[in-house]
Ligand binder design. Structure first.
Ligand code: 13P
Length: 282
């Protein structure tokens, strides 16, 4: 069933776990992620980032994501990831996304606050949740830029929460989008301070390549939403490749099944690490 992201994050707070937010690019990935969630009785979030709309247009994939969420046996929020423009954020809201992110991490804090407030006002008309980001997560969603990591200043987080009342806050603690070039060393000192000083559910971007132990530690230290993108795309690609190598693909529908399988396996692995399995009792 399609749900608001606020509900999922509030339940995650109570249950002391984090909800996986899986980026999808096509129907096969949507089906694979939902299959894993249903099998494990796990609430999940489906998301797509604005930079990915050149490959998967919002007007096509958006209704597909919303329909799949509505038809799922478990709670699914549909989230617009890294919204950069008001135009696309409004389009996602109009399509029925139950959550949108405004990424003003590159802006001065005052401006990020001002823009986030505007997005919150828009989202309110639809009863949708809003995520924002402060500090800079490294890399970029589609690998087109190599943004330097700029860890979140905890005082900024306090101010941001107070002035915007945002529903979820992405913070930078040494995490980066894409495959890490070397082992990531997350700044748990910063995470602990932000967690102590704020009440807003926190979001970890750049989930691909973070160790299971670090995921669990994050989920016990205020992180309630974890974004996974590259791991899904890589798993889908590698599953298809290995099926071809083993002569397991004879025709288009075997290829399609291999894609669903890759997305399913990846979502399953992460749901189990995040401890979201069996959290849906419906
Ligand atoms: P990865 O591609 O590193 O998993 O990051 C996903 C993400 O944070 C999407 O916003």
């Amino acid at each position: 069933m399609l749900v608001n992201m606020k509900t999922l994050l509030a339940d995650a707070e109570k249950g002391d776990y984090a909800v996986g937010s899986f980026s999808v690019a096509n129907m096969e990935m949507v089906l694979g992620v939902i299959k894993a969630a249903e099998e494990l009785n796990a609430p999940i979030i489906l998301q797509i980032a604005e930079v990915r709309l050149k490959q998967s247009p919002l007007g096509v994939i958006g209704p597909l994501m919303v329909a799949a969420a509505k038809g799922a046996k478990v709670p699914v929020a549909v989230h617009f990831d890294h919204g950069k423009t008001m135009e696309k954020i409004c389009e996602a809201l109009e399509l029925g996304f139950t959550s949108v992110m405004f990424d003003g991490s590159h802006l001065p804090l005052d401006e990020n606050i001002k823009m986030t407030e505007k997005v919150i006002a828009e989202a309110k008309k639809y009863g949708a949740a809003v995520e924002a980001e402060i500090g800079c997560v490294g890399g970029s969603e589609d690998g087109s830029e190599d943004i330097a990591i700029n860890c979140t200043n905890p005082d900024d987080a306090v101010r941001f929460e107070k002035e915007t009342g945002v529903d979820a806050l992405a913070i930078a603690i040494g995490n980066a989008h894409g495959n890490y070039k070397s082992t990531p060393h997350l700044r748990f000192d910063i995470l602990e301070t932000v967690d102590k000083l704020t009440k807003t559910p926190l979001v970890l971007h750049g989930g691909t390549g973070i160790t299971p132990d670090d995921f669990v530690r994050c989920s016990k230290t205020g992180i309630k939403k974890i974004n996974i993108a590259t791991a899904t795309f890589d798993k889908v690609e590698n599953t298809v490749r290995s099926c071809y190598n083993n002569n397991g693909i004879n025709g288009y529908y075997d290829l399609q099944a291999a894609e669903v399988e890759g997305a399913y396996e990846n979502a399953k692995t992460h749901i189990l690490i995040f401890g979201t399995d069996n959290k849906w009792k419906g």
